[in-house]
Design a protein around this ligand. Structure first.
Ligand code: NI
Length: 403
């Protein structure tokens, strides 16, 4: 595309996004009314496929069970960019009173994935209308099962969704950031999330005869404390991480020392190195604590999601598109967050970037956290998200460098 055409492009794309606001809202509310859980997104994927086809986009369905991929071939040859949305809802009963509240009892779009689908559909619509100007291909990836952390992105990758793709971009609406603000971090942006289950096997005995047993409750209590000092005493204070023991189960009654205690917990870190460090430390402290008391143990440690690390150049492209949409003063470079997101798997394969689109309600002050039964977004965020995604595709084709 010639430079003269680029100058007016951002404002045109933003205007086109504003023009389709009522359609974006309708799509989002429709998804919101009919939420579906991970890998059950049948109605959702049929609807997405229908909309993409109506734009004349080539559509493949049934990828990783319920995933959908639309491919738009531009007027000129060039690289391939992917724009990704996640599709699944959560097992939560919606408490809000909106007329678009969930009609599926016990299921709710309480994380904003309904908005992500609407925004990527909006970007698809705008890019289709400007198909002849595109110097490359755009793949629209609608992924199932982000919320369960194991499956969605990985299964899409296994099914070949990144084949031939040079760069990928994704976003999350975020209710803790005001609408109109966009956050993009150069580098680590969301944490690796790992989980562990430790079974401590002692020796049961009567409460009055502790010397005849090995009390797993005492061992587990020491272990919880020992795990807590990994972050405070072993980790470089300039690094960050979290170890939370969230489940502590053992014993049946007040006067019997039980045989076993089970602990479960979650570990967060921002680098693969950090994740390995915590893994080693947890295994080692479990071994040493149990040895001290003569207890045995089994430990299951699962690396669930890697850290989400934005490619600097791709984050730069994303940021320049977002700047044109919301203005440079409304771009935040951080902070990164301890929550996790399976978009990280795509970024392990190819360069790309992820951003947060502010969706906090400006009026009324009701800004419930994600995964809350009252969660809702400011729907102006749909316009911002659509414009940022569509413009990013154009900006990428202008500078299709690879990392
Ligand atoms: Ni989410």
């Amino acid at each position: 595309m010639e430079l003269t055409k680029v100058v007016g492009l951002p404002s045109e794309i933003l205007q086109e996004s504003k023009n389709i606001k009522s359609q974006l809202v309708n799509w989002r509310r429709d998804f919101h009314r009919y939420p579906e859980l991970a890998f059950q997104e049948k109605r959702t994927s049929a609807k997405i496929a229908g909309i993409l086809k109506s734009f004349g986009i080539d559509v493949k369905t049934g990828i990783a069970k319920t995933g959908v991929i639309g491919t738009l071939t531009g007027g000129k040859p060039g690289p391939t960019i992917a724009l990704r949305a996640d599709m699944d809802a959560l097992p939560i009963t919606e408490m809000g009173e909106n007329d678009y509240r969930s009609l599926h009892q016990g299921v709710m779009h309480a994380c904003g994935h309904d908005a992500h689908m609407a925004a990527v559909l909006g970007a698809a619509k705008i890019l289709c209308q400007r198909k002849e100007q595109l110097k490359g291909k755009v793949k629209f990836i609608f992924q199932p099962a982000e919320e369960i952390a194991t499956g969605g992105a990985q299964d899409m990758i296994k099914a070949g969704c990144l084949d031939g793709v040079d760069a990928i971009f994704g976003l999350h609406v975020w209710s803790h950031i005001p609408e109109g603000v966009v956050r993009i971090v150069d580098g680590p942006m969301m944490a690796a999330a790992d989980k562990f289950r430790i079974e401590i096997i002692g020796k049961g005995s009567h409460a009055s005869l502790p010397h005849q047993g090995i009390d797993p409750i005492v061992v587990a209590s020491h272990l919880v404390i020992n795990l807590q000092s990994i972050v405070s005493r072993e980790l470089d204070p300039l690094e960050s991480g979290v170890i939370s023991v969230c489940k502590f189960h053992g014993g049946e009654t007040f006067n019997i020392i039980p045989e076993k205690v089970t602990l479960e917990g979650s570990v967060r870190s921002f680098t693969e190195k950090g994740a390995d460090f915590f893994h080693q430390e947890i295994v080692e402290r479990t071994r040493l604590t149990c040895e001290m008391f003569g207890a045995k143990y089994h430990i299951n440690y699962h690396k669930v999601v890697p850290p989400l690390i934005n490619d600097k150049r791709m984050a730069g492209i994303f940021k320049s598109a977002a700047e044109k949409v919301v203005g440079i003063k409304k771009i935040e470079n951080g902070p990164a967050m301890m929550s996790s997101e399976d978009f990280a798997y795509y970024l392990k394969e190819i360069p790309g970037a992820f951003c947060f689109i502010g969706a906090g309600k400006r009026e009324g002050g009701d800004c419930y956290p994600h995964h809350h039964p009252h969660f809702d977004i400011d729907e102006n965020a749909l316009v911002t998200a659509t414009a940022v995604m569509a413009l990013t595709a154009f900006f990428y084709f202008l500078k299709p460098f690879k990392s």
